[in-house]
Design a protein around this ligand. Structure first.
Ligand SMILES: [Zn+2]
Length: 358
C-alpha cells in the first residue's frame, strides 16, 4: 500500500513537473522588475519567433531613485522612466535598467517599443541609465540585472545569445535596400533610407543606426556580457539558439518594401525594381525574394521577380512586373519604378502613378 502510494505520488510529481516546464522551454526565471507603462508604443501580438534581437542602449542620462532624469547639461527632466511615460515624446523602451540593478518594464514584449527606428518590430529595446563614455556606468549590479534579464528573454523568445558582427554600414549583415542618393560631392549618401542591419542576436544601437548612434559606447563589456548570458542560460538548461547566417536574415530585410496608399490605375503593366547591395547579394536568387506588401494593394498583380543588370558579389538587381486593372496612385519606399519606359529613382521614393481611366 505504502509502496503503491509512493509510486502514485511519484507519477503525480512527474505530471506536475511536465506541466510546470510547459512545452519544453526551460530557462532562467524572470528577474524581479516593476511595471510602469510607457506613453508611446505600438500594440502588437509578437510571439516567440517574431522577436529575433535585443538592442542594448544607454540613456545618456541619470537614473535616480525618484526616477528623475538629469542629462549631461545637468537639466532635470521628468524622465528616464518618466521620460518614457510622457506622451509627448514618441520614444520608449521595453526595459530601463538602473545602476543599482533596478529593472523597470515599460512596454510588454508582445508590443513594439519606439527605441531604434526600422529595427523596432523585430527587437526588444533595453535602455541602461547612464553615459556610455564613462566606464563606471557599468556597475556590477546593473550588469548582473542585464545578464539575468537577457538570459531570461533569450531563452523565452529563442534569441541567439551572441553579438553578431558588423553594422548597417559594414560586415556580412549590412544591407543596402535602395540605391543611395548621390550628394553634390559625388559621394553616395547613406543612412536611414538606404541602410539596414539584418542580424539577429544581442546587438548595440550603434550596429543598427551607425549614422547617428554610438551607444552603448566603448566601455560596454560585450564579450564578458554575452558569455555570462550563455552561461546563465545553460545553467538553467536552456538551449542556445545559433546565429543565423547573413543570407537568411537578409531575406527579411529584402521584403520590407512598403506601399503606403491603396490605389487604382489604368491597366498598363509597369515594373518595380530593387537593387540589393551587400556582401554576397549577387548570390541571392530571384525566387528568394518576396514582396508581401504588394498583396496589400488592392488589385495590384505582381509577377515573378527576375534578376537583371549587375549581379556582382556586391549588388543584385531584381525586377518585378506589376499590373493594375484600374487607376493607380500609390507610394513605394526605397525602390525604383519604371512606368511607360521611364525609371523614377529615389532612396525614399513616393511614386505617384496616376493614369486616366481609358
Ligand atoms: Zn540608443
Amino acid at each position: 500500500m505504502g509502496l503503491l502510494r509512493t509510486a502514485f505520488g511519484l507519477a503525480l510529481l512527474m505530471i506536475v513537473g511536465t506541466i510546470l516546464t510547459g512545452c519544453g522551454h526551460s530557462g532562467p526565471p524572470a528577474p524581479k522588475m516593476n511595471w510602469v507603462e510607457a506613453g508611446s508604443y505600438r500594440k502588437d501580438n509578437r510571439k516567440r519567433g517574431d522577436i529575433v534581437a535585443i538592442v542594448i542602449h544607454t540613456t545618456e542620462g541619470n537614473y535616480k531613485d525618484d526616477l528623475s532624469f538629469v542629462d549631461n547639461h545637468n537639466r532635470t527632466f521628468a524622465g528616464n522612466v518618466k521620460y518614457f511615460v510622457s506622451n509627448d515624446r514618441s520614444v520608449s523602451a521595453h526595459y530601463v535598467m538602473g545602476p543599482n540593478g533596478e529593472i523597470t518594464n515599460m512596454v510588454k514584449v508582445r508590443d513594439v517599443a519606439h527605441t531604434q527606428t526600422y529595427y523596432n518590430g523585430r527587437a526588444i529595446g533595453i535602455e541602461c541609465a547612464g553615459w556610455g563614455r564613462f566606464p563606471e556606468m557599468w556597475t556590477p549590479q546593473m550588469m548582473d540585472s542585464l545578464v539575468n534579464l537577457c538570459a531570461y528573454l533569450c531563452a523565452k523568445y529563442d534569441i541567439p545569445p551572441y553579438q553578431p558582427e558588423g553594422t548597417a554600414y559594414e560586415g556580412p549583415y549590412a544591407i543596402v535596400i535602395g540605391d543611395p542618393a548621390i550628394s553634390e560631392d559625388g559621394k553616395a549618401k547613406r543612412g536611414p533610407n538606404t541602410d539596414r542591419y539584418s542580424a539577429h542576436g544581442l546587438v548595440g544601437h550603434y550596429q543598427v543606426q551607425p549614422w547617428n548612434k554610438s551607444d552603448p559606447g566603448p566601455h560596454f563589456p560585450w564579450a564578458v556580457f554575452t558569455a555570462r548570458v550563455r552561461q546563465r542560460m545553460t545553467d538553467y538548461g536552456a538551449k542556445l539558439a545559433p546565429l543565423p547566417g547573413p543570407e537568411d536574415t537578409a531575406k527579411e530585410v529584402y521584403a520590407t518594401a512598403t506601399i503606403k496608399e491603396d490605389a487604382a490605375t489604368a491597366g498598363k503593366p509597369f515594373t518595380y525594381q530593387r537593387s540589393i547591395v551587400g556582401k554576397g547579394a549577387g548570390a541571392i536568387n530571384a525566387s528568394d525574394i518576396t514582396f508581401p506588401n504588394f498583396a496589400k494593394v488592392k488589385d495590384l498583380v505582381a509577377g515573378e521577380p527576375t534578376k537583371t543588370g549587375d549581379a556582382s558579389e556586391n549588388r543584385a538587381t531584381f525586377e518585378v512586373p506589376l499590373t493594375m486593372p484600374k487607376v493607380a496612385s500609390f507610394a513605394l519606399t526605397a525602390s525604383r519604378i519604371n512606368f511607360n519606359g521611364t525609371w523614377t529613382d529615389s532612396p525614399t521614393l513616393d511614386v505617384k502613378v496616376e493614369q486616366p481611366i481609358p
